[in-house]
Design a protein around this ligand. Structure first.
Ligand SMILES: NC(=O)c1ccc[n+]([C@@H]2O[C@H](COP(=O)([O-])OP(=O)(O)OC[C@H]3O[C@@H](n4cnc5c(N)ncnc54)[C@H](O)[C@@H]3O)[C@@H](O)[C@H]2O)c1
Ligand SMILES: CC(=O)N[C@@H]1[C@@H](OP(=O)(O)OP(=O)(O)OC[C@H]2O[C@@H](n3ccc(=O)[nH]c3=O)[C@H](O)[C@@H]2O)O[C@H](CO)[C@@H](O)[C@@H]1O
Length: 452
């Protein structure tokens, strides 16, 4: 029984490979999380509903593009330290620790806990007295002590904290540096349903996160902390978007203002852009607003910020319209650079580029091609009848107006002034990343129009 062991005994068991852990949800968070536990000594069983992911992992092949993941995965699968299955109940039966990293997103604007429910039922089917369950997905406050605890207790007849341990610990990774974020970059935030759960989960995480553990007063504080991190970002991005528009209309470069303002430690102006995508930042504010509304509280700043960011693709589409008018083009060929929601990733989930395409279509533009260096095909664009290409030259020579939607490093290397010397090109810089733009009909999200 984990709760009967001291912190030292727990750590020693983990490092000696005598603690078995299962991971429910083998995605961009779950795989790095599982590998970080394996790296600390755990014997791991990954669980996913997708057979192809399970098969790839058992073949030592990473289903995701993340630094270190392929090396660590092949090593730990070869050592027998990591394997995967679709059978969650058996994985739960065969492990003392169960970590949940399934997606918790939105369905019709409301929190969607369906994947969490399925994972909880699988875990309950194999939950044993003394086991530890840890929820790592970002969730609305109260999900662990309400939704998750209820399923686990009802299905097993056991009591959380008394019979099995239950903790919440958010994954704070950023795709592209997931393993380093877990193992090196940040302290692990841990909250327990009770003191025993907190102590055992913290002792184990201390073996994984070099920056140690921040023990929270309870599991809801840990849930809330994670959402607060994300909402801080969404609100600050909205502030940047609002100030950038004013700078542009005043003939100022917001990038210059931002850099100067941030030269003192109390200003952290964020970057303006085409919008806010990914499975985190656009979703966390909704979790908090939903909870607040249920208590009759209005988070008006959070709500306003979300609206400002949601409106960005529309604002960018109007800049395209303005550039087309300056160039006297009624139906320009529009090349959008970037489908991924953030630079140098192959993840397009909730990408603002989708909304940008729809807004341009709403303005009557139909001749649109999207470029992305990392994403080869996309169902949504296919359904919209919009071509996706990885051939940058094709787009740069075809487009009358080029829109930078994602801050991929590749786009910062393009010499747009050379391109604009050859022919008249409009350039809408949705991420204010273009330096050499002389000769283009240019406007940035936070930079004024220039035609020379
Ligand atoms: N992606 C990020 O940058 C990030 C960062 C921090 C936190 N998070 C949180 O982590 C969660 C997961 O994000 P992700 O990017 O890893 O998602 P993902 O879509 O990459 O991976 C989720 C995996 O879970 C699997 N799955 C779904 N239902 C399942 C079930 N019932 N049992 C087992 N597996 C199941 C899916 O098949 C998929 O492989 C998010 O909801 C978010 O709250 C994400
Ligand atoms: C653990 C976790 O949840 N980690 C999160 C993860 O978040 P993420 O992977 O979703 O990436 P973000 O960087 O937040 O970008 C989201 C969208 O916002 C746009 N954006 C961003 C900054 C800006 O100044 N202006 C913008 O317009 C950007 O283009 C993109 O569309 O990593 C971040 C650190 O990278 C963390 O802080 C954040 O908690």
């Amino acid at each position: 029984m984990l709760a009967e062991l001291s912190d030292e005994e727990l750590k020693s068991l983990l490092s000696r490979g005598e603690i078995r852990a299962s991971f429910f949800g083998l995605g961009r968070v779950g795989i790095p999380s599982m590998l970080a536990w394996a790296n600390a000594g755990a014997r791991c069983i990954g669980v996913d509903v997708k057979k192809d992911i399970v098969m790839k992992i058992n073949n030592g092949e990473s289903p995701i593009n993340e630094p270190l993941v392929q090396d660590w995965l092949s090593k730990f699968v070869r050592d027998g330290r990591v394997r995967a299955t679709t059978d969650g109940a058996s994985a739960s039966r065969e492990t003392e620790v169960k970590v949940i990293t399934v997606p918790v997103t939105l369905l019709n604007g409301k929190p969607d806990l369906s994947a969490l429910e399925k994972a909880a039922l699988s875990i309950a089917a194999g939950l044993k007295r003394g086991d530890l369950v840890i929820l790592e997905s970002s969730v609305p406050p109260g999900t662990t002590r309400g939704f998750l605890k209820r399923i686990l207790e009802e299905k097993t007849g056991m009591k959380a904290e008394d019979d099995f341990l239950l903790a919440y610990s958010p994954e704070r990774i950023a795709e592209g540096r997931a393993i380093k974020d877990i193992v090196e970059n940040y302290p692990k935030i841990v909250g327990g349903i009770g003191p025993k759960s907190l102590r055992v989960a913290s002792a184990l995480y201390e073996m994984i996160a070099k920056k140690g553990v921040k023990r929270m007063s309870n599991e809801m504080a840990a849930e809330f902390e994670k959402l607060a991190e994300g909402v801080y970002r969404d609100v600050n991005i909205a502030l940047a978007n609002e100030l950038a528009e004013l700078c542009r209309e005043l003939g100022l470069d917001f990038e210059e203002i931002r850099e100067a303002a941030n030269s003192q430690p109390y200003s952290h102006l964020h970057k303006p852009g085409t919008g806010v995508g990914g499975l985190c930042i656009p979703i966390y504010p909704v979790f908090l607003m939903e909870k607040a509304n249920s208590l009759g509280i209005k988070l008006s700043l959070v709500e306003t910020a979300r609206k400002i960011n949601r409106d960005m693709p529309g604002k960018i589409s109007f800049l395209v319209k303005k550039v087309a008018e300056i160039m006297e083009l009624s139906y320009p060929n529009i090349g959008i650079l970037g489908l991924a929601f953030r630079g140098d990733l192959d993840d397009s989930r909730l990408s603002p580029t989708y909304d940008l395409v729809l807004e341009l279509m709403r303005l009557g533009y139909r001749s649109i091609i999207v470029h992305d260096p990392f994403i080869k095909e996309d169902e949504v664009l296919k359904e919209l009848g919009v071509k996706l290409t990885s051939n940058l030259e094709e787009v740069l020579t075809w487009a009358d107006i080029i829109v930078i939607s994602t801050d991929h490093s590749l786009y910062k290397e393009i010499d747009f002034s050379k391109l604009c010397a050859r022919r008249r090109v409009g350039l809408v810089d949705g991420r204010d990343v273009v330096e050499n733009r002389a000769g283009c009909v240019y406007v940035g999200v936070g930079r004024p129009f220039s035609y020379k």
